[in-house]
Design a protein. Structure first.
Length: 201
């Protein structure tokens, strides 16, 4: 039976505004705009019959998911497999700071030839998220599922399901509080919606 999996990126944080790498650095909650975005997501999903709600266990994702799940009495399951990529020593720094301090490491990571010191690679992130997706799809067959996660996991998963090379991941836009939708079954998936932010207008 076909079913639907909504992929939602968490609302905005101060690190997003400052264009800092967050990765799995967790002390950064949603800012005021991010909270408003999460509440608009709640209104967006209010008419829908969602049976499963899953979130990354990082607080910016949990805060977003709780705004959606709480009003409808939906149980929320936090799953660390949906975390953002671990960026090691890059976490908390801007792209410019990373490129200035470790230019060769930066090139290796973005060319898929390594990972930040203390972190994980894009290929490792993709393996982790794809495995989490297939576990969820097997468990929730025939259901409508909400997954609140991060930009990296959404890009990597979309690349995998659509057969897009991971090297082109940055061509996929995933805004804060955006909604993407996958429909299908364990054998075949199609991308119905990508990076929808109309509810934020």
């Amino acid at each position: 039976m076909p079913y639907r999996i909504f992929l939602v990126r968490h609302g905005r944080t101060a690190f997003n505004v400052e264009r800092r790498y967050q990765g799995q650095h967790d002390p950064v909650p949603l800012d005021e705009v991010g909270i408003r975005q999460a509440r608009r997501l709640a209104r967006y999903f209010a008419p829908m019959d969602i049976q499963w709600a899953i979130s990354s266990d990082l607080q910016r994702a949990v805060m977003t998911a709780e705004e959606i799940a709480r009003p409808r009495g939906l149980s929320l399951r936090a799953d660390r497999a949906w975390r953002e990529m671990h960026l090691g020593r890059w976490q908390g720094l801007t792209q410019e700071e990373v490129m200035r301090r470790w230019p060769e490491e930066y090139r290796r990571v973005y060319e898929l030839r390594g990972s930040p010191q203390g972190g994980e690679s894009y290929t490792a992130l993709q393996r982790r998220v794809v495995a989490a997706f297939h576990r969820l799809a097997h468990q929730a067959q025939g259901s409508t599922v909400l997954v609140v996660t991060h930009g990296g996991p959404i890009r990597c998963l979309v690349c995998h399901l659509l057969g897009i090379p991971l090297s082109r991941r940055h061509r996929i836009a995933v805004a804060n509080a955006s909604v993407s939708l996958l429909e299908g079954n364990n054998d075949s998936w199609r991308l119905v919606l990508l990076n929808d932010v109309c509810h934020l207008a």
